[in-house]
Design a binder for this molecule. Structure first.
Ligand SMILES: [Zn+2]
Length: 244
């Protein structure tokens, strides 16, 4: 799609403009990538290009729940591509309803659909909903609280699936080699920001072949360090259990 290509080109231009002064950990080496070499996904000039993104509250849905909420035959309509290839924010939103009729309107649905529905909130969201959502990694929803989802065509009662998504970093295997980590390891993320720098521990590595290097934190975590105004981000192996 032309639109997608244009957006990628714009993103690339913005990233290039930010390098050196913006919230990118890529050192300015002055060297360009070797001609003809195939770069791993997301790499720029032969280096990993770290991106830190706030994952705002959102919902993942099954095909069946999409039809219940938006009408028979409905499918998710991609609105905005996410940085990770193949993932998108859909045009559709739902209302998330907690106990005592407290609710969050217009919660974005992310695609593609999954085998189970899941609601990912920041702590502030879960307090305003009145749901005690535990911190879990995506997909680990056994024993978590449920909620009611309301769409234009119907409602879905989720018995479980409301979580605060644990901070994590997506990366491909070249990124993993670069940092000396493997899938399931923990890393540390340092965010330098005026008067509110933070170090996040317990950043889980989620490595697969196609991923681009990207940390996902929630809105509360991003706001705590004013991520948009951050001047430096650094990702490193958590070596507290180092056996060397
Ligand atoms: Zn993620």
């Amino acid at each position: 799609m032309n639109q997608t290509i244009d957006r990628n080109q714009i993103e690339q231009l913005v990233r290039n403009a930010l390098r050196g002064g913006g919230p990118s950990a890529t050192p300015a080496t002055g060297k360009s990538a070797s001609a003809g070499g195939i770069s791993p996904p997301g790499w720029i000039d032969g280096q990993p290009n770290l991106r830190v993104s706030i994952s705002a509250r959102h919902v993942h849905l099954t095909d069946e729940h999409v039809e219940t909420l938006f009408g028979a035959g409905s499918v998710l309509e991609p609105d905005k591509d996410l940085y990770q290839d193949g993932f998108y924010a859909a045009k559709q939103t739902v209302m998330v309803v907690g106990p005592r009729r407290r609710m969050l309107p217009n919660v974005r649905v992310l695609g593609p659909t999954r085998n189970f529905s899941q609601v990912e909130l920041a702590l502030t969201d879960s307090i305003s909903l009145g749901i005690d959502a535990p911190i879990r990694h995506s997909g680990k929803i056994e024993g978590t609280p449920g909620c009611v989802l309301v769409g234009p065509a119907g409602t879905v009662q989720l018995d479980q699936g409301v979580i605060r998504a644990a901070r994590h970093v997506h990366m491909n295997f070249s990124d993993a080699d670069h940092f000396g980590v493997k899938n399931g390891d923990m890393m540390q993320l340092k965010i330098k920001s005026h008067d509110c720098s933070v170090v996040f521990e317990d950043v889980l590595v989620r490595a697969d072949e196609a991923a681009k290097l990207e940390v996902h934190i929630d809105t509360d975590e991003g706001n705590a360090c004013n991520l948009d105004a951050a001047c430096e981000v650094e990702l490193r192996k958590d070596d507290c259990n180092c056996k060397h």
